[in-house]
Design a protein around this ligand. Structure first.
Ligand code: F6R
Length: 234
């Protein structure tokens, strides 16, 4: 893993931007994107840059089940606000949270990923080691699937909703297997609350208990951390 320890999220945004720019310079056509707080400074850098995404495709990791694309807490809406309004792509795919037919929604998304192999996948890291919405225990070969969110993830996401009862209980997520097929992966984590997950991801055993530990099996992973997130590394 190629590890960068940055002074703050602003610097992380600049380092992350360079990873995206290098991938585009190398001919990347499909970008795998994430929501959450960690990627925001990278999106700010991308949105304010000269980079042109109008011929590219984006494929997002996950979406809440039951939220339509225009719901303000949907991940689709988040992407519009944080990147797509400033930098439209030729095609942007996010799992269809409004499709309650699980088999149809997940197989359609697997087909989209198969048709658009991801060149660079951006990830955040959950406090419990999740990537996408792949919670501890997820099959490392999993493809897109419906996930029952854990209580810790619901609690962590409650800050975006008026109260915890409004947080959806299910999501569609790319699987660990889908994520590991990306040619290159960039994972970003900030703050002390991520420190133990970061240590388990980088230095712990590769185990379903820590979905991010499977990144150790991928040949091309860049990690951006601040000092607090890196504080439990040996
Ligand atoms: C978001 C996603 C999640 C987040 C993770 C970290 O699309 O898949 O795995 O990346 O929960 O979230 P933040 O960055 O908000 O700490």
């Amino acid at each position: 893993m190629d590890l960068h320890i940055v002074k703050d999220q602003a610097e992380g945004g600049r380092v992350g931007f360079q990873v995206f720019k290098a991938a585009l310079d190398d001919g990347a056509k499909v970008l795998g994107l994430a929501t959450g707080s960690s990627p925001i400074t990278i999106y700010n850098e991308l949105a304010g840059s000269q980079l042109d995404f109008s011929q590219l495709t984006s494929v997002n990791l996950d979406e809440y089940v039951g939220l339509k694309a225009d719901h303000p807490q949907s991940y689709h809406y988040f992407m519009q606000q944080n990147l797509f309004n400033a930098k439209p792509f030729a095609h942007s795919y996010v799992p269809d949270g409004s499709n309650l037919d699980e088999a149809a929604a997940t197989s359609q998304y697997d087909q989209i990923i198969a048709d658009n192999p991801i060149d660079l996948q951006l990830l955040g890291l959950g406090q419990n080691g999740h990537i996408g919405f792949n919670e501890p225990g997820t099959d490392p070969e999993s493809t897109t699937h419906k996930v029952t969110l854990t209580e810790s993830t619901i609690a962590a996401n409650a800050r975006f909703f008026e109260n915890e009862d409004d947080v959806p209980r299910y999501a569609y997520s790319m699987g660990i297997g889908s994520i590991l097929k990306a040619k290159q992966i960039l994972i970003v984590a900030y703050g002390e609350a991520k420190a133990s997950a970061v240590a388990a991801m980088i230095e712990g055993p590769v185990t379903p208990d820590v979905p991010a530990s499977y990144l150790q099996t991928h040949p091309r992973v860049t990690v951006i951390l601040d000092a607090a997130a890196a504080s439990q590394l040996k």
